[in-house]
Design a protein. Structure first.
Length: 193
């Protein structure tokens, strides 16, 4: 009985240690720009080390009362699409709203594993997501990993963290005609006195 318990504990320790190799991979949201009408968020991966990313499938949850999905641009703005290292444009990509407040992002590389391994950067932006701002207030973006695999198709694990954004909706300004008329009238009165 004690031998079985020790063997079980050793197995748990080995399983826990095997996950540590992938624990250095991080997936993070990075706010890029914000206006009163829209906000752009980058989804970055870092810490790939000796691994190369071959495919991913994520769900991004957001508050649909504050934000509305507008568009997505796959790839890094400076490095290009690192899952398409030769920029041939043949990758399978998708960005779909599954439900209000749930955006699914998917990309699968068609490049050879050796090419991804040799040419892919250790850290890069996977996609830039643009949301329209519907109303002011705090909104949390949460990343759920459906699948994440290396160039050979083996599963990877990664650390994730939510991001809280505080979009500020545009405040309608009053028409400028009447304030200008009022100011003009005050200036005329002062000139007459």
């Amino acid at each position: 009985m004690i031998k079985q318990l020790k063997a079980g504990l050793a197995g748990i320790a080995l399983c826990a240690a095997s996950g540590i190799a992938d624990a250095s991979i991080d997936l993070r949201f990075a706010p890029l720009s914000q206006t009163a009408d829209a906000i752009e968020i980058g989804l970055r991966i870092s810490g790939l080390g000796d691994d190369a990313l071959g495919t991913y499938d994520f769900n991004i949850q957001f508050d649909p009362t504050h934000l509305a999905f507008a568009s997505v641009a796959f790839g890094d703005p400076f490095l290009g699409d690192e899952l398409d290292v030769f920029d041939l444009g043949g990758n399978s990509v998708a960005a779909d709203l599954l439900a209000p407040g749930v955006l699914n992002l998917f990309e699968s590389s068609l490049d050879e594993p050796a090419d991804l391994q040799a040419l892919q950067a250790d850290s890069f932006t996977l996609a830039i997501i643009r949301f329209n701002v519907l109303s002011s207030g705090s909104s949390e973006l949460e990343l759920l990993i459906n699948s994440l695999a290396d160039a050979g198709g083996d599963a990877l694990s990664a650390n994730t963290a939510p991001l809280t954004v505080n979009p500020v909706a545009a405040v309608p300004l009053p028409g400028m005609f009447w304030p200008m008329v009022a100011g003009f009238c005050v200036a005329l009165k002062r000139l007459r006195v």
